[in-house]
Design a binder for this molecule. Structure first.
Ligand code: TRP
Length: 402
């Protein structure tokens, strides 16, 4: 893995690392080569993304990263860092968002996203996404956006009340554009993202019906075949819908979701000692005082078993030990020790690769630059076709990332 070579698109970057990616618009035609490439991609395309809120943890891993790794060979993959979305609630923390962009990109490379197979790109340097957002915003009633349960939940969780910025509901429309700019077939996400994906399906249908003469009775899977520009995408859920954190249940008695802000996460970048500490002090069965007391093995109530069921490759061992645990014949400490080994075995190669990239931050930026270039080829092509469909295709243009 450390023989990894990046596809360098240019000899050497002299620009200040901090200046990121410069975009220039030129008034010239999208090349016919680009168009040909766009229409002849052999592999089905997927698009997904992360809002950069910090380092990735085990919940991200089983919720979607694992899925992405498995799809790298058979699919043409686009992975978007949604840095503009981070501004919805943290516009006052630009440095933090910048660092999170680097953290997410570094984590992606560390888990094994291979830039020679997949395209990693940065939302804020793909202007076609914003342009599509404006047009899409005309196709969705405001009330419909506000009925999105993921937005409602976020308002509640982050205690935004009615103090959220205009850009907060707008990001839901923006996410439709993130997706549809790439016209993917599948969108791998965690369960909490399904309402956003449903909105993108509605936008695609509406656009195709209004501007591409697609009959409203068309089956979702047939929209493109029927002449539509935008596909009605299909979500792809991860193996584990919701991984719990290492802490005690919330007020309603259920275990909380693993989340950085709840302080119950094990990060893919945690060192071996930190993993050990987090596991050895994690919440288990509070009624179990001694190893001889019968213990709770329901993964919905005891995170120790949730983690073993999710990550331990030896599920026979897990079932045997659960029997013993229920009978009070094995202690928490032994089961926790085994979990430390299991998690460190998973995280160790990620850690090693992460170290390599941490020492070469300009390489991470170069990967993003090259990916953002490729992403713009697709997104610009989509925008041009969308404008033509909307009868607003007046001029051709070309966009360059420096
Ligand atoms: N909203 C997603 C999250 O917070 C991130 C995201 C942005 C995304 N754009 C996307 C996911 C497009 C899938 C497709 O996790």
């Amino acid at each position: 893995m450390n023989k990894f070579k990046m596809r360098r698109m240019e000899p050497q970057m002299n620009a200040d690392q901090k200046s990121f990616i410069g975009v220039h618009l030129r008034a010239s035609a999208v090349s016919t080569v680009t168009l040909a490439l766009m229409s002849s991609h052999a592999k089905p395309r997927i698009l997904t993304g992360d809002t950069p809120t910090g380092r990735l943890h085990l919940g991200h891993y089983v919720g979607s990263i694992e899925n992405r790794l498995a799809m790298q060979d058979a699919f043409d993959c686009y992975f978007l860092i949604a840095n503009k979305h981070a501004f919805t609630t943290r516009a006052d923390k630009p440095d933090e968002i910048r660092q999170s962009v680097i953290d997410v990109a570094t984590d992606w490379l560390a888990v094994g996203i291979d830039p020679n197979k997949s395209t990693m790109c940065l939302q804020s340097e793909i202007p076609a996404i914003d342009e599509l957002t404006f047009f899409f915003a005309m196709l969705i009633p405001f009330n419909r956006v506000m009925r999105n349960p993921t937005l409602a939940q976020e308002i509640k969780d982050k205690e935004l009340g009615d103090k959220y910025p205009f850009g907060f509901p707008l990001y839901a429309v923006g996410q439709c554009a993130d997706i549809l700019a790439f016209r993917p077939q599948y969108v791998p996400v965690g369960e909490d993202q399904l309402p956003h994906l449903e909105l993108s399906r509605e936008v695609a249908r509406r656009f195709d019906q209004l501007y591409c003469n697609v009959n409203p009775h068309t089956e979702d899977a047939d929209y493109v075949k029927a002449g539509g520009l935008f596909p009605v995408i299909e979500p792809k859920l991860g193996r584990v819908k919701r991984l719990v954190g290492t802490g005690a249940p919330g007020a309603d008695g259920t275990l909380l979701k693993m989340s950085k802000s709840l302080n119950n996460a094990i990060f893919l970048s945690d060192d071996a000692d930190t993993v050990q500490k987090k596991v050895m002090t994690m919440y288990t069965d509070p009624k179990r005082i001694r190893a001889t007391d019968p213990g709770e093995t329901d993964a919905a109530k005891n995170p120790l078993w949730a983690f073993h069921e999710t990550f331990n490759p030896d599920q026979n061992w897990v079932r045997e030990q659960q029997d013993l645990y229920r009978q009070g014949k094995v202690g928490d400490v032994a089961v926790k020790r085994r979990l430390v080994e299991v998690l460190n075995a998973l995280i160790e190669p990620i850690r090693t690769r992460r170290k390599q990239y941490e020492s070469r931050p300009d390489e991470v930026i170069d990967v993003l630059r090259a990916g953002t270039r490729r992403a713009n080829q697709i997104a610009e092509g989509t925008l041009m076709l969308a404008k033509k469909a909307m009868r607003q295709g007046f001029f051709d243009r070309r966009l360059t990332i420096e």
